[in-house]
Design a protein around this ligand. Structure first.
Ligand SMILES: [Zn+2]
Length: 398
């Protein structure tokens, strides 16, 4: 008897452990439910907090893989948490910490979900994986597929930075450029996964197994801080990282390991901000972004054209956490990228900088409480989109 199963996030229909993406009854996206009574105790987390392991696999009981069998790993997880000294104004005893997901094996947080998804693919006995990607998912998928000996085909939009394309090819993946933006690549990957009977690793809420890898950020944060932060600020495209982190904290609360939950702030770029728009308009549902997706933050430039429900799912988590959604202008991203590098020694990719700029914005507008402990997730390394920075200094960013 397995301790987990895919369940429809919308209607609650339950499924077998299989390569499945949407509910056969209502077409909604799925999430993994666990037998929490069996797994999730205060003692479980207390023991892990005291353990010396760092990889995500120490949380194996709360990941959707079978208890037996090999895991496909490059040493992902266990990333540093560092406190900033010079980003926030010294006021009201507020502190900003950076969760350095840029230190993962392929320099982005995506190694967590992709390690889990590729391990699941291997356990399902599949030979091929596909995904749509703006870059980081594709690089991680290619690396872990190489590690597992699986064929990997990736569909990228035209805006994907050259550094990321080259990396995918170095890992041996087959790369196809799709005309248009991320939503167009998403649609092609979806069709090809069906046609080729390949596991679809696209990192929206498409793959419920992959999404679970994001939870491990929450466990690590609680252990590293020794408490639950007041705010966690996450760059979001569709937003499974934000939802995953919140789920991890809910699991720790359910287990009695913590007694509070963080408030979640989702950040998008002003030039493509469908979730932020719905949040500020007080809408229940996210609508696809109607204008052109124009931002230098290519990693989160997702207009959600054919899957706005994914944005609604993230919006509902933000609201459940009493959080906020906010957007940052490209000019601020350039400014804060430089600031973060010069003042803290952290080179972050432009999408990640949204979370740091947002922390400063939240302080300046009085959104942070006195003594607030804030964590911004540095989702990817600045080396992965250096061409955007270089082009900017030449005056031709967009
Ligand atoms: Zn359903």
């Amino acid at each position: 008897m397995s301790t987990f199963r895919p369940v429809c996030w919308y209607c609650g229909e339950s499924y077998e452990i299989e390569p499945i993406y949407t509910c056969r009854r209502c077409k909604g996206t799925l999430e993994i439910h666990y037998d929490y009574e069996q797994i999730c105790s205060k003692a479980y987390f207390t023991r892990l907090a005291a353990s010396s392991g760092s990889e995500i696999w120490r949380f194996r009981e709360l990941l959707p893989i079978l208890p037996e069998g090999r895991t496909i790993s490059l040493g992902e997880g266990g990333t540093p948490l560092i406190r900033t000294n010079n980003i926030l104004n010294i006021a009201n005893n507020q502190s900003l910490h950076l969760k350095m997901e840029s230190i993962n094996p392929t320099l982005a947080f995506k190694d967590r979900p992709l390690a889990v998804a590729i391990t699941a693919a291997a356990q399902f006995g599949l030979n091929e994986v596909v995904c749509a990607s703006t870059g980081n998912t594709g690089v991680a998928a290619a690396a872990y597929a190489a590690r597992a000996g699986l064929r990997c085909t990736i569909y990228v939009p035209e805006s994907t930075p050259e550094e990321k394309r080259s990396a995918m090819e170095q890992y041996g993946a087959v790369l196809h450029t799709v005309e248009g933006h991320y939503s167009d690549a998403y649609r092609v990957a979806e069709e090809m996964a069906v046609a080729r009977q390949a596991f679809n690793l696209t990192s929206t809420y498409m793959n419920p197994y992959a999404v679970e890898g994001n939870k491990t950020v929450a466990y690590e944060l609680a252990f590293q801080l020794g408490k639950v932060p007041d705010w966690i600020i996450v760059p979001i495209g569709a937003g499974p990282l934000l939802s995953g982190i919140y789920k991890g904290f809910k699991e720790m609360k359910l287990a009695g390991f913590t007694d509070k939950l963080p408030r979640m702030a989702g950040v998008q770029a002003e030039g493509c901000a469908p979730i932020v728009k719905a949040f500020h308009d007080g809408e229940a549902d996210v609508q696809p972004w109607s204008g052109p997706a124009q931002t230098i933050a290519s990693g989160i430039a997702d207009p959600l054209l054919t899957y706005p429900a994914d944005g609604t799912r993230t919006l509902s988590v933000i609201r459940e956490s009493e959080g906020i959604a906010l957007a940052i202008a490209d000019a601020e991203l350039i400014r804060y990228r430089r600031l973060l590098a010069e003042r803290e020694g952290v080179l972050a990719e432009l999408s990640s900088v949204t979370a740091v700029a947002a922390a400063a914005h939240m302080q300046q507008t009085g959104l942070l409480e006195q003594n607030a402990t804030v964590v911004s997730i540095v989702t990817g390394h600045g080396l992965k989109d250096m061409s955007a920075a270089i082009n900017h200094t030449k005056g031709s960013v967009l």
